[in-house]
Design a protein around this ligand. Sequence first.
Ligand SMILES: O=C(O)CCC(=O)C(=O)O
Ligand SMILES: [Mn+2]
Length: 199
Amino acid sequence: MTLFPAVQEVLPHDGSAVLHESFLGAGEAEDAFGWLSEHLPWESHELVVHGQKRREPRLSTWHADDGLSYTYSGLRRTALPFVPVLDDLRRRCAAAAGSPFNSVLVNLYRDGSDGVGWHADDEAANGREPVIASLSLGATRRFDLRHRHDGTRVSVDLAAGSLLVMSGLSQHCWLHQVAKIRRPVGPRINLTFRRVVTS
Ligand SMILES: O=C(O)CCC(=O)C(=O)O
Ligand SMILES: [Mn+2]
């Protein structure tokens, strides 16, 4: 008997965020986590938040098809190429999301003192009503969404192998975060596949 549907909409209104709980099998998710954590050239970046420089509390890499660059919280990033593991995951996430992707931001949360604060993926480069596929590997972390106007809160645990596909008004009407936590937690990798549009 299945107690919870394997694929479910988590937003009550104003956009969509569809959670595919077991998008990757446990072995596949472990293999991808192991390979990416060992082989990606993890970078530590400074962000400009409210005019102040801060070191981002997570490591990341950004990969894109030829010639794309991207501005993220005041930081201009030049793309690394897609590698076969990322390309395979991109193809599968695109099929599930029903949308093509030309880039992926890969984040490594080393422990509970890494996180990402409230924000929306609403940079112009993501286009209007972007489809963003967010694949999680490694330790489970809580992902919070908060409606910008009515304050509605939704939280989901993003476990290894889960895929969250955000679309429609989700970036206009909602903010999201991965809060820092005090309890001991292992490393987590999150991949957000996006389609960056160039003007
Ligand atoms: O780690 C996550 O689940 C979310 C990451 C995120 O929101 C981002 O990189 O824009
Ligand atoms: Mn985001």
